[in-house]
Design a binder for this molecule. Structure first.
Ligand SMILES: *Cc1c(COP(=O)(O)O)cnc(C)c1O
Length: 481
């Protein structure tokens, strides 16, 4: 190492001195010394790395002991702040996987608090006074609402698919159409999950056309399952042919092979009644006589993250006995929320209103427009002179691998900021205490009123007020303290 750099490194604050200073200040009482020391080490080390990797080491700002202690202070303060936080979703995507998909309904939140506060009968049969099954709490509801014989719930739909395939097709072949080898959200790829399940993928047909005969020709003594996968997040248009679930079920029966349908989004509402594209309901799927269906709890269902497995008792008994089930089991908070969510569906009209995902998808345009107008009025005074505000028509997407071709008309509040670019404003909104997630088009920041609740207006108004009060001269990513 060059001598000049060696000399510079000697001038770095000493870890012990930074520690001593923090102790003198009385910072972080009760925080274990090891944690503070590690933070000091990491801060000093950052400066060391900066000097070593700088093109011109002499130009690197050398922190004083004071400054290093302040940095350590900010770091440790930051550790105690929740990093998982609520955000306002103005993005125009109702089921945004990166924004936590479905918000929970009020009753689900209450039930979580109630069940988690103390002990619960999670796996305790209160009638018999003996061990019970955790999914028994939602089994009755799920079966009544769908017509299924039995139900299991696991951690998410990826886990559900893994568990079902592992139970029915480990060491055997799983027959699936080439047009349905989907990838959902970058991490979930049907072929990869199949491999992990121990099932051997047997692709049939072509990307755009798969006929019943393609499935039939693939069946043999080593076939474990026929799998249908909902092409959740895309559509193949034009010259296409897909074999319906009915036909696959008949084929499975004829050959004694179970048929599984990965529905992706579990829909319990006739969406076409609300002017949306028809999405086959869970009941529709089960009515075909399919052995098993799986779907997510936090997509169109509007509940917590979960993987729901419904179907014939005989098959579900096998799945329950699979040791993998234990590794994928659902927790009590989720179960409490799922139960409350399913109760909403006993009154579908009410579910459409109380479950925010369904409300966002089905709300008629006039009230959305009205809300956008109110939002515009609420932020008018705070966006600073020179900025322009307007209302524009736009389109909301369902997202989350649901209704991929559906664009729902909406109203957008558009902000063209003075003194900063739209992307600077978008970044500042993201950096707020309660971050507001917006999108940008044509140098404007757009807030979709369909996914914003009136009770969230205050966050947007107060956020914009702080941003425009210091005219956005600070960059994005500003500390939130
Ligand atoms: C979303 C989806 C999954 C994965 O579900 P998660 O609940 O996210 O694990 C699996 N299959 C299909 C068809 C999907 O759309």
């Amino acid at each position: 190492m060059d001598e000049k750099i060696k000399d510079l490194l000697k001038e770095l604050p000493k870890i012990d001195e930074v520690m001593l200073l923090l102790e003198k200040r009385g910072s972080f009482p009760g925080v274990p010394r090891d944690i503070v020391k590690e933070a000091c080490r990491s801060v000093v080390n950052d400066s060391r790395q900066k000097i070593i990797s700088a093109r011109n080491a002499g130009a690197v700002q050398m922190p004083t002991t004071e400054e290093a202690a302040n940095t350590v202070g900010r770091f440790l303060d930051g550790l105690a702040l929740p990093r998982l936080r609520r955000v306002v979703n103005g993005s125009g995507i109702v089921l945004h996987t990166n924004l936590g998909r479905a918000p929970l309904c009020r009753d689900a939140l209450m039930r979580i608090a109630e069940v988690a506060r103390g002990y619960s009968n999670l796996e305790f049969d209160l009638e018999k006074g003996e061990r019970g099954l955790r999914y028994d709490h939602v089994r009755g509801l799920l079966c009544s609402l769908s017509g299924a014989e039995d139900a299991i719930v696991v951690n998410n739909n990826a886990a559900a698919v893994l568990l079902v395939l592992n139970t029915l097709a480990a060491g055997k072949e799983a027959v699936v159409s080439r047009g349905e080898l989907v990838e959902v959200g970058g991490e979930f790829r049907i072929p990869e999950v199949m491999e992990k399940s121990g099932a051997c993928l047997r692709e049939v047909g072509s990307t755009n056309r798969t006929r019943l005969s393609d499935y039939e020709n693939a069946l043999n003594a080593g076939t474990g399952v026929i799998l249908k996968v909902h092409t959740s997040n895309f559509r193949i248009m034009g010259f296409t042919e897909e074999t319906g679930l009915d036909a696959l079920v008949a084929l499975g029966k004829k050959h004694g092979v179970p048929v599984v349908d990965d529905l992706g989004s579990g829909c319990f509402i006739e969406l076409d009644r609300y002017g949306l594209e028809r999405e086959p309901t869970v009941r529709d799927a089960l009515a075909t006589g399919v052995d098993v269906v799986t779907f997510s709890g936090d997509k169109l269902l509007g509940g917590p993250q979960a993987g729901i497995i419904l179907g014939k008792s005989a098959v579900l008994q096998k799945i329950k006995k699979n040791p993998l089930n234990r590794a994928l089991r659902i927790d009590k908070l989720t179960l409490a929320a799922l139960e409350a969510t399913m109760i909403e569906y006993l009154q579908p009209e009410q579910a459409v209103n109380n479950l925010r995902v369904l409300r966002a998808l089905t709300e008629p345009l006039p009230p959305v427009k009205k809300r956008a107008g109110k939002l515009l009025a609420a932020v008018k005074k705070v966006v600073g002179t020179g900025s322009t505000l307007s209302l524009k028509p736009g389109a909301t997407l369902a997202g989350g691998g649901s209704l991929p071709t559906c664009e729902i008309p909406t109203a957008l509040v558009c902000i063209r900021p003075a003194h900063m670019t739209a992307s600077a404003l978008e970044a500042r909104l993201r950096a707020l205490d309660v971050p507001v997630i917006a999108r940008i088009a044509d140098d404007e920041v757009l807030l979709d009123a369909r996914t914003i609740d009136e009770e969230e207006f205050a966050f947007i108004r107060e956020g914009l007020k702080t941003i425009f009060a210091d005219k956005g001269t600070h960059g994005a990513g500003k500390s939130r303290r």
